[in-house]
Design a protein around this ligand. Sequence first.
Ligand code: WQD
Length: 343
Amino acid sequence: MTREKNVLVTGGAGYIGSHTIVQLVENGFNPIIADDFRNSDISVLKGLEQITGRKIVHYDLDVCNYIELKSIFKNHSIAGVIHFAADKAVGESVSNPLKYYKNNIGGLVNVLELCSEFEIENFVFSSSCTVYGEPKEEKEVSESTPLSKANSPYGNTKLVGEQILLDLHNSGARMNILSLRYFNPIGAHPSGLIGELPVGKPNNLLPYVTQTAIGKQNELTVFGKDYPTPDGTCIRDYIHVCDLAEAHVKAILLLQQKESNFIDQVNIGTGKGTSVLEIINSFERLTGEKLNWKFGPRREGDVVEIYANVSKSFELLNWKCKYTFEDAIEHAWSWEKNLAQHA
Ligand code: WQD
């Protein structure tokens, strides 16, 4: 395999990471996973093998461990890095901020130091729409929308992460960098062989919906019913995880075409806002399941409404979503049912 095809994927066993591995293989790349499975399960490797028809090289390590991580750079000639490995629970980041700064910032710095040492040319960073905070007037945010002060340590690690990359770029680093600002990934691979595997109670809406429908959770609570939106519940931009994964392949391809010292940031969403009640209604309609849910108080720190302006992602990456919102719900449900069958 030639060097241009080797892509190191930190956090490659995670939810977005694993779907990105599939897309990389399907596009002729040779992904190498670095993941310590703290927030994923080793069984994902089997799912990846079944989907791609081959074994994926993986290293069971913590990206904060410089020495161990360095062994990957020594063993493989790497063309690019996609850096997912990070903690992502907003609430936990408030109660345990140092865990987030250590892993998300420390891990990023570690990976970047090794990228510099081994002259890695291309770097893709998992950022988040959380960098926009609560949009002021316009709920559709573009990349030129001013960034907002973070409302959690988790959010701050994404803001600081992007800033670290800008500083590195400004120092003249010979590295092409793209930050992908994800909106809300949902769904699972259409095969039902990989998907989201929340540890403990899910924090995010769709896994909570599917786990309630399958009986793992008793009841879904809808956080707030009196927001200034058409049905009173919050609005997000839900994107199929396979579409989001494909954007990473497009990002690597773009960076490989650039002269060194390129940097940019791009939204990865669908451009469409959907409310919590619309999710629940669509889930019930598409699956025929009756969901046990009730209204509860607002969740602290929730943004009321946000969705992506997707013009730049289309122009820069020549990418747009292939899957519908309905596909994502159906695939998430197939995945949940598969998990229940094999439990
Ligand atoms: C969606 C909507 C909830 C659960 C995500 C990530 C976070 C960050 C930003 C990642 C909201 C409502 C949820 C439930 C509910 N980005 N909800 N009952 O808040 O957009 O945060 O994006 O990189 O890490 O988590 O997504 O799925 O938590 O919530 O009513 O049990 O569903 O209030 O309106 P959110 P979410």
